[in-house]
Design a protein around this ligand. Structure first.
Ligand SMILES: [Zn+2]
Length: 71
């Protein structure tokens, strides 16, 4: 049953495929602290459900933003 909804694209998907930005705890850069602040500005918090596609997109975008700051 598709009973989960992506906060970003609003697509419905299965609960077991939920991603959250908590996953970013496991990457070294950007730091998790920075990531939380970044997503807060986008209106996403640690408990929001995201689909895999949006997760990948956010992963890329946040890294790009981080890189801009570090140049
Ligand atoms: Zn999505």
């Amino acid at each position: 049953m598709k009973n989960a909804q992506c906060k970003k694209c609003l697509k419905k998907f299965q609960q077991k495929n939920i991603f959250t930005i908590q996953q970013f705890q496991y990457r070294k850069i950007p730091t998790y602290k920075w990531s939380l602040e970044y997503f807060k500005k986008l209106g996403i918090d640690e408990w929001d459900s995201l689909c895999e596609n949006c997760m990948i997109e956010y992963s890329k975008k946040s890294r790009e933003e981080w890189n801009k700051l570090k140049v």
